[in-house]
Design a protein around this ligand. Structure first.
Ligand code: ADP
Ligand code: ZN
Ligand code: MG
Length: 505
């Protein structure tokens, strides 16, 4: 790296290795369940295979291969006719066999791409490869003491002892490796969000599950002069740049924070005339910083060799047979064309598959615009406020449609429907008619009558003139307009009074 004085401006270069847990029923090389919860006993979902006991043999889970092929197709990657598993050797207690079954020079997917948006711009990142492997177990470093275990959990250097849980060991993972195409930490967030959207659409990913997506983020600083106009960086510059790898980031925001920290830390190093050490660093979520873990391991350290217990895998049939569903971008486009929605609304309605499915059912029963207002603005807004997802109302489609119907037929005002009925539906789990009856909302409220009175006066200047000219029928005509506007639910006497006030006042 050139000295600070010659270097001028520096730019971050970022590439990601994303580990995604595939949401299969069983583990990737044994029949143990992948369905764990926080309450389960450690080491309760294990068998000789995922415990790495001598003589136990792996059997590949077909569902994991299918899921991986779907990911490859969604990333527009090349899938070869045949692929192969390798052993990656390293000694660490979370890996009971002392090697991880993964893929090496014949990955399931290569040369893909993912488009996403960042600050309103379309971006595209190349996917170098994506391969199938097994998740290790999980490790908890603990200090002695009376408090409960969670409170005593600490970092490795402060721990008195370490606990190991192999329940996670053998969960199918897909490692997705990008080219170093990111130029700013913030863009990484948009990428990860999009990746989760796509994975969720494929039905092979559980975003809500802890640790289901984990990121290793590589960052180096290069001279701005070396960045080409199209944002790419020549391979020799990339190869020469000293980079760090920040391990095990488990949130989108964490990725951005860790990378922003790392960019400024490396910039400081270079400005101070020091060389950036090529190393593996750990992201400390509490402090938002990164700390050095170890010198960066190299490929040769892992002594990769073919996994002899699993023969080469012919994936050609899967590749040709497996179809993937409509993905978020395509669905967004279709929503714009088919339902005439604006870009923002279409984006809001399609980022989660379950939301898009819900919307399409409502749009089949009502005007698509009205459906969009109710789902995208009102329902999602109220759910968001309550920190709830669409899943919590997915089986109450009928009730939600009934609510819109009550508004469409003027039985309840839009304001009441949103501010009282919808909120009570979400908070109490009751159906809209029950709430309308209970709250006495089945008649036009004062606000609605007042608005209808103003509208009648504004929309009918001739009748207003006639009224002032003393024509008897004019007032009755205007009363009729207000009654029609409020669906006959206003009190005619009140309407009469309000109209006179409006006209005479
Ligand atoms: P390694 O052999 O260390 O695993 P790879 O070439 O496999 O390195 O790349 C691992 C990750 O590092 C990829 O996501 C890649 O995009 C990223 N990467 C490669 N070069 C750089 C660089 N100069 N700066 C930042 N990230 C990089
Ligand atoms: Zn097992
Ligand atoms: Mg690598």
């Amino acid at each position: 790296m050139a000295r600070a004085a010659e270097r001028g401006e520096l730019r971050p270069v970022i590439g990601l290795e994303v580990h995604v847990q595939l949401d299969t029923d069983t583990k990737v090389f044994c029949g143990c369940s992948t369905d764990g919860d926080a309450e389960e006993a450690p080491n309760s979902r294990v068998c000789p295979v995922c415990l790495g006991l001598p003589g136990a043999l792996p059997v590949l889970n077909e569902a994991a291969v299918e899921a991986a092929v779907k990911v490859g197709k969604a990333l527009d990657a090349d899938i070869p006719a045949e692929t192969q598993f390798h052993r990656k050797n390293y000694y660490y207690p979370d890996l009971p066999k002392n090697f991880q079954i993964t893929q090496y020079d014949a990955p399931l997917c290569s040369d893909g791409e993912l488009e996403f948006s960042h600050e309103g711009d379309r971006r595209s990142v190349r996917i170098r490869r994506a391969h199938l492997e097994e998740d290790p177990g999980s490790i908890q470093h603990v200090r002695e003491g009376p408090a409960d275990l969670e409170a005593r959990t600490t970092s490795v250097d402060r721990a008195d002892y370490t606990l190991i849980d192999y329940n996670r060991a053998g969960t199918p993972l897909m490692e997705i490796v990008t080219e170093p195409d990111f130029r700013e930490p913030a863009a990484v967030r948009g990428f990860l969000e999009k990746l989760e959207e796509v994975l969720e659409y494929l039905g092979i990913f559980d975003a809500g599950s802890d640790g289901s997506l984990r990121v290793d983020a590589n960052l180096s600083m290069v001279s701005a002069a070396d960045v080409r106009d199209d944002g790419t960086v020549p391979p020799d510059v990339l190869a020469d740049a000293n980079r760090t790898e920040v391990k095990n980031i488990s949130s989108h925001r964490g990725a951005e924070t860790a990378l922003a920290y790392e960019a400024s830390r490396q910039r400081d190093q270079i400005d101070a005339g020091r060389e950036v050490a090529q190393e593996t660093r750990h992201y400390n979520e509490t402090h938002g910083n990164t700390v050095s873990m170890r010198a960066k391991e190299e490929e040769k350290d892992y002594r990769y060799f073919p996994e002899a217990d699993l023969p080469p895998l012919r994936v050609a049939d899967w590749r040709d047979r497996i179809d993937i569903p409509e993905l978020p971008d395509a669905r967004r486009e279709r929503f714009r064309e088919e339902y005439g929605l604006g870009a923002e609304t279409a984006a809001k309605l399609t980022s989660r598959k379950a939301v898009a499915d819900f919307y399409e059912q409502v749009a089949a029963a009502f005007d698509p615009d009205l459906a969009a207002t109710w789902v995208a603005d009102k329902l999602l807004g109220e759910l968001n406020y309550r920190d709830r997802g669409i899943e919590s109302v997915a089986d109450r489609l009928d009730e939600f449609e009934r609510l819109i119907e009550l508004v469409a037929t003027d039985e309840v005002t839009a304001k009441n429907a949103e501010e009282t009925v919808l909120r009570a539906m979400l908070d109490e789990g009751r159906d809209p008619d029950t709430i309308v009856d209970r709250e006495g909302l089945g008649v036009a409220g004062d606000d609605e009558v007042a608005a209808a009175v103003r509208a009648a006066v504004e929309d009918n200047p001739d009748a207003v003139d006639d009224y002032h000219a003393g024509e008897d029928g004019a007032l009755n005509f205007l009363v009729g307009q207000v009654m029609a506007e409020t669906g006959g639910s206003a009190d005619p006497g009140t309407v009469n009074e309000l109209l006179r006030e409006e006209l005479d006042g």
